[in-house]
Design a protein around this ligand. Structure first.
Ligand SMILES: [Zn+2]
Length: 263
């Protein structure tokens, strides 16, 4: 590296692809600038640049007590949305840090497919804040598991990475092996709501040796994104069948089609 300035190395390496960065980035930490996962601008430290940061939409009350979907106005505490009443999920409550949009999608993708594990603590802290209410009564955090083949290919489970930070922030134990994905399912992307539910049916199981960690416990499922809710619903059903007392859900981003009026 002699004769080449750090700046020149930085600009030359700034646009390299994520896998390459993941392979060689550790040895070149000094030279590699951090890029905003959304717009690819250089950022100081980690996470989003100021401009992309301001485009994120946090999810805050008022929202449906059950699904965590934002309401257009505050109907008072405990009010549910029409969806929560007409089609109640297996889980008790869901909370999300931000809305799923272009910016939050870029964060999720950078973490999941771009080896940007440095984003997990930032995203996890936002989740811990958004989920304070459900974390306060929780016995353990259960990350939505990957099938072992996908885990092997990706080398890490993004939900478990988020769970580590949430556990450190909240003091709630991380139970990484409580739930297993026993069926290698197709990606949910591009499937209809009913196809998604069928796709993950029977995909999750509590192994016999983990039953004791579940029986009578209040658990919080951790995932990166909530779209139709089919995955967390299938996970919640497995945990409840194994004897869990209550299952809540905490995700980084959730799809919000439209802000609803409370019923
Ligand atoms: Zn940016």
């Amino acid at each position: 590296m002699s004769g080449v300035s750090a700046e020149r190395v930085a600009s030359r390496w700034g646009r390299i692809t994520a896998p390459f960065r993941a392979t060689f980035g550790h040895t070149l930490d000094v030279a590699l600038p951090t890029l905003c996962p959304s717009c690819r601008e250089q950022v100081d430290g980690s996470g989003l640049c100021a401009s992309c940061w301001s485009r994120l939409t946090p999810i805050a009350p008022p929202y449906c007590e059950r699904l965590g979907i934002p309401f257009a106005y505050d109907p008072g505490p405990g009010v549910l949305s029409m969806e929560a009443i007409s089609n109640p999920p297996a889980y008790h409550r869901a909370r999300a840090a931000v809305r799923f949009d272009d910016v939050s999608r870029s964060l999720v993708h950078a973490l999941k497919y771009g080896d940007r594990l440095d984003l997990a603590p930032i995203m996890g802290r936002w989740m811990a804040r958004a989920g304070r209410e459900i974390l306060s009564g929780a016995d353990a955090l259960v990350p939505v598991p990957l099938h072992w083949r996908r885990l092997w290919a990706r080398r890490f489970n993004q939900s478990a990475q988020l769970g580590k930070t949430i556990s450190a922030e909240s003091g709630v134990l991380l139970a990484e092996t409580t739930l297993k994905r026993v069926k290698a399912t197709a990606q949910q992307v591009g499937l209809s709501q009913s196809e998604r539910a069928t796709n993950v049916q029977g995909a999750f199981e509590v192994p016999a040796e983990s039953k004791a960690e579940v029986v009578g416990r209040n658990l919080v499922l951790i995932d990166d994104v909530l779209t139709s809710g089919a995955t967390v619903d299938a996970c919640a059903r497995s945990l409840l069948r194994a004897g869990a007392r209550r299952v809540d859900v905490l995700v980084f981003a959730r799809v919000v089609d439209a802000v609803r009026a409370p019923i």
